[in-house]
Design a protein around this ligand. Structure first.
Ligand code: PAF
Length: 285
């Protein structure tokens, strides 16, 4: 596995792989890697011939400076984890490599960015689109792999690829969970022991909610989830919405003919956690 910091080194190595006829799989990350990231690398390795992982904590997608400062960083640990994975090349640039000048581009994703994360983290998806489009331009991958935990991010990136005609296939990968159900996230390592125990309540409540769709209306279920989570004194729900998986617009009734996903953001102390669940048809009456 090779590690490079500069675009020109990366391009030389990628040109070489392309000349060998290998397809390029790309896993963009912000480091603080965990088994969820490694599952993306594994899928990328199965589906492409040469896997590139980027590690870059992108400042433009943080609307809260304290959150950016707190974001966990441990490059050596990340490299150790990747060295036994299917990753062949790590791109770990400094901010001025990605942004030699400030990126002033303004993306417009319409209603996709006006709900949930977009509503509560203004500017976040603009920053995500800036960095992902920049990284796609640098790496020119055939396929890029993203986790479904960031459900809205996936929708935004698909839309960006469509609008900008980027010619990269976006592969959506399942959420990887801890043994007790907590969705894996780099932010989990910021939780203290009590918060960590409480955090499991989020995925447990979403699973319980999936069994209640026959008994409660969409609106009642949303209220139930929020109340249930907030019963735990460590947790404060920012939003829980049940949305159409394609448009991300709130669903009003279980009868709507679409895949329905419940998306949640919860504050656990200073740590903000997100998760989601696709409601299974069998429990919807
Ligand atoms: O999902 C993430 O870790 C980040 O938003 C991404 C896609 C690497 C862009 O910085």
């Amino acid at each position: 596995m090779q590690v490079v910091k500069h675009i020109n080194e990366l391009r030389t190595l990628l040109d070489h792989s392309r000349k060998e006829g290998l397809t390029i799989g790309f896993v963009p990350t912000m480091g603080a890697l965990h088994a969820g990231h490694l599952s993306l690398v594994e899928l990328a390795g199965q589906q492409t011939g040469f896997v590139v992982v980027s590690i870059f904590v992108n400042p433009t997608q943080f609307n809260d400076k304290a959150d950016l400062d707190r974001y966990p960083r441990d490059l050596q640990k990340d490299l150790d984890l990747l060295s036994s994975s299917l990753c062949q090349l790590v791109f770990a640039p400094e901010p001025n490599e990605i942004y030699p000048e400030p990126d002033t581009r303004q993306f417009n994703f319409g209603t996709l960015e006006q709900v949930m994360e977009g509503k509560f983290r203004p500017g976040h998806f603009n920053g995500v689109a800036q960095v992902v489009s920049r990284l796609f331009d640098i790496v020119q991958p055939d396929k890029a792999f993203f986790g479904q935990k960031d459900f809205q991010q996936l929708a935004i990136i698909r839309e960006m690829v469509r609008k900008m005609k980027l010619g990269v296939e976006i592969v959506s990968c399942p959420i990887i969970r801890e043994a007790d159900g907590l969705a894996m996230s780099s932010r989990n390592m910021l939780l203290d022991a009590v918060q960590r125990q409480s955090a499991v309540h989020i995925s447990a409540t979403l699973s319980e909610a999936n069994n209640k769709t026959g008994d409660l209306s969409v609106e009642e279920l949303c209220r139930w989830v929020i109340a249930r989570i907030n019963e735990n004194e460590q947790l404060k729900t920012e939003y829980f919405e049940i949305v159409n998986s394609l448009t991300l617009m709130p669903v009003m009734s279980w009868d709507e003919p679409c895949v329905k996903v419940g998306c949640i953001a919860v504050h656990c102390g200073k740590v903000r956690l997100i998760d989601n669940i696709e409601f299974t048809k069998k429990s919807i009456q």
